[in-house]
Ligand binder design. Sequence first.
Ligand SMILES: [Zn+2]
Length: 516
Amino acid sequence: MKKITYLGLFLLLSSFSLVAQDTDPVIEAMIKEANDNSHLQGLGHELMDIIGPRLVGTPQMKKAHDWAVSKYGQWGISARNEQWGEWRGWERGITHIDMVYPRVQSLRGTQLAWNPSTSKAGVNAELILLPTVTDSLAFAKWLPSVKGKLVLVSMHQPTGRPDYNWEEFATDKSFTKMKEERDAQTKAWRANMRNTGYNSRTLPAALEAAGAAGIVTSNWSRGFGVNKIFSARTKKIPTVDLELEDYGMIYRLAESGQKPRLHIVAQSKELGTVPTFNTIAEIKGTQKPEEYVILSAHFDSWDGGTGATDNGTGTLIMMEAMRILKKYYPNPKRTILVGHWGSEEQGLNGSRAFVEDHPEIVAKVQASFNQDNGTGRVVRLSGGGFLHAYDYLSRWLNAVPDEITDEIETTFPGTPARGGSDYASFQAAGAPAFSLSSLNWSYWNYTWHTNRDTYDKIIFDDVRNNVILTAILAYMASEDPETTSRVKSVLPVNSRTGKQREWPTPRTPTRKGGLD
Ligand SMILES: [Zn+2]
């Protein structure tokens, strides 16, 4: 709530959208098209189910870029893939993980991204736990015992039930006890990790150097059956992530001296160095073609799931909005450009490269709208620190149906982002860029960067709501007789340092990634 005090204006839009008039024929037609002839499900199926996850440097990412260009082509919108860099090329293959001793059970897990392939026969080895050590010397002494073994490097979670489930069913006493015990266990786990002289990032490489056969992790995301899946930190041996239930079982078996063994087949292909792209599509402006309204969503994803809500849904919103705009607003006043950015997940690289490579466009951005926090309907919109954002954003929002704007809480002037998603790249360059921020639908635990970020989690009604919002905002921004103001607000004093906060500055993208 602190925000409100120094940001001044803070209100619900419903107060002024009461006077909204939805009589503009273009707006009426766009709403009708979004509702009665939605392409969202078909696009979602093609992108998530047929193409699949879109990790930078993979053939699937390239396939997605080509697919988007061809879709735009079918809709009569000119589109292109713009290369901005290079990445380590890699392709995921089959991962199969089985416990083979003391009994046979197939386990649910996957190889982490950019992990080199095992042989076809795979790795068959005993599992061991990290020791409890007093210092790095003791750990160094233990280290040779990993030779030929699979090492379990994540803490054994005391419960696979998320806290909300405990809250609903446990007695208060029992819930409190579980949390206290888990906190103590977590603290002890971290202290022991410090004692080894390594951390969770540096440990896998040390184990690999000492001759371990592989690394087994479980990066639980605090929901039923859900883990976060990122990249491997070993260069030769397999690193796999197991779902909590299976990880807990083999951990307990190792702990009780049962000497469990796993058979891991984790195949993948190294594809050398490959080019990385942004897909750019545009509907040329007829009166002010050199001014731009930019629709924005990153195209890449992690690959534990299919990137359905991060950022498949943002992608669908922008594609569907473009399709509808082209159909009912084919001759916009200003150019409407959409950016499907590559490699957002590794540091906003595609959008930072675009900002760096196209200063002439960035200087003439009328407005940019980015969506990247899940499948939910938009419920928050901030002025991003632009002093006069209220004037134009509220004018444009006025044209959006009340049932959409009633849900949106606005903050003006707001503050510029320092990261998080691609609008930050534009704000840093002073371009009026805004985040269409969604209702979370358990995003942070259940879908964001997880093995459960899949098609079934998409809430198509909410995505359709966002398509209508985006298309109308783009239309209104394009038609506005006035060019938007870029005046920046004076940012508040940082209460920690006592210094005036400064506007973020553009950052250089990583143009050659994953190749070290
Ligand atoms: Zn994202």
